[in-house]
Design a protein around this ligand. Structure first.
Ligand SMILES: Nc1ncnc2c1ncn2[C@@H]1O[C@H](COP(=O)(O)OP(=O)(O)OP(=O)(O)O)[C@@H](O)[C@H]1O
Ligand SMILES: Cc1ncsc1CCO
Ligand SMILES: [Mg+2]
Length: 262
């Protein structure tokens, strides 16, 4: 797992169409982050078209950040459409432990077998059925506390599970990696995690799920490190982050990725 650049190069070459069902907070920044990374985002969520669109996308991502019943119908239809068409899909279970509504949505989506689940530590703990201390969309648990839950969730769901935070942890239930890239300004910009879920979708389109997810996380974290050098605070950081993602070459990623087997 020492050539993250190859996964970035393939993603750029194919420029995958990524269908994003995401929250109202994330929609604009997520689309811009995906364009900067080299993918083609499309925000398509209504049940009238979500399943049909999933069959023409190269990846689908579903984020439950600001749900309502009609959007949930669109999420379920899209996940089913993706499964029928063999399109990989990524679940971002925002604040899944916070309310009964979110727990129910999380369980229904999990039953539709996401290829990857990407969340912060509190979200992965809650989705796995363990005690979690999430503070709404923010994590209140350390990544290390969610590693066992992530491994179990990967084994029971068949998904690759990514827990993000200061050091990310990714597992398919058998193998696992830690990714040390990133910067403390990243959680100070809302929806960067949601945007990362989109980038994970772009990387897993047509590529092996575990390795592509690790490469996506390293790429995202490295862009954060580069952006921090030019930033004066969270607002200028967001701008610099999109620029850094756009400027990153496959060689930059291979040299800058800090990935270790766990
Ligand atoms: N303290 C930190 N230091 C370095 N990198 C971090 C830190 N916290 C988060 N990150 C990085 O920020 C990115 C987003 O992860 P995070 O866990 O904050 O997502 P999230 O909680 O789902 O965010 P949001 O819900 O706001 O979209 C990841 O690339 C992660 O590695
Ligand atoms: C702040 C916030 N609230 C619901 S979704 C979201 C974006 C970060 O997950
Ligand atoms: Mg999140």
């Amino acid at each position: 797992m020492d050539d993250g650049g190859a996964y970035l190069a393939t993603m750029r070459r194919t420029a995958p169409l990524v269908q994003c069902i995401t929250n109202f907070v994330a929609m604009n920044v997520m689309a811009n982050v995906l364009l900067a990374a080299g993918a083609s985002p499309a925000m398509v969520h209504d049940p009238e078209e979500a399943a049909e669109f999933a069959a023409i996308a190269q990846a689908l991502t579903i984020n439950i950040g600001t749900p309502d019943p009609r959007w949930v119908e669109g999420m379920l239809a899209a996940a089913e459409g993706a499964a029928r068409a063999g399109v990989p899909w990524v679940l971002d279970p925002v604040a899944v432990g916070a309310t009964a509504f979110r727990r129910d949505i999380g369980a229904r989506l999990l039953a539709l077998r996401p290829g990857v689940i990407r969340g912060n530590a509190s979200e992965i703990l809650a989705l796995a059925g363990a005690a979690a201390r999430g503070k709404g969309a923010d994590s209140a648990d350390p990544v290390a506390a969610a590693e066992d839950a992530a491994r179990r969730l990967a084994q029971t769901s068949g998904a690759v599970v990514a827990v993000t935070g200061p050091v990310d942890y990714v597992t398919d239930g058998a193998r696992a990696f830690r990714i040390a890239n990133g910067h403390p300004l990243m959680p100070k910009v809302t929806a960067l995690g949601c945007s990362l879920t989109g980038v994970v979708g772009a990387f897993v389109a047509g590529q092996p799920r575990l390795e592509a997810t690790v490469a996506a996380l390293a790429c995202f974290g490295l862009a954060g490190e580069i952006a921090a050098r030019a930033a004066r605070g969270p607002a200028s950081f967001q701008t610099a982050f999109i620029d850094a993602l756009h400027a990153m070459t496959p060689d930059d990623l291979t040299l800058g990725a800090r990935v270790e087997a766990a």
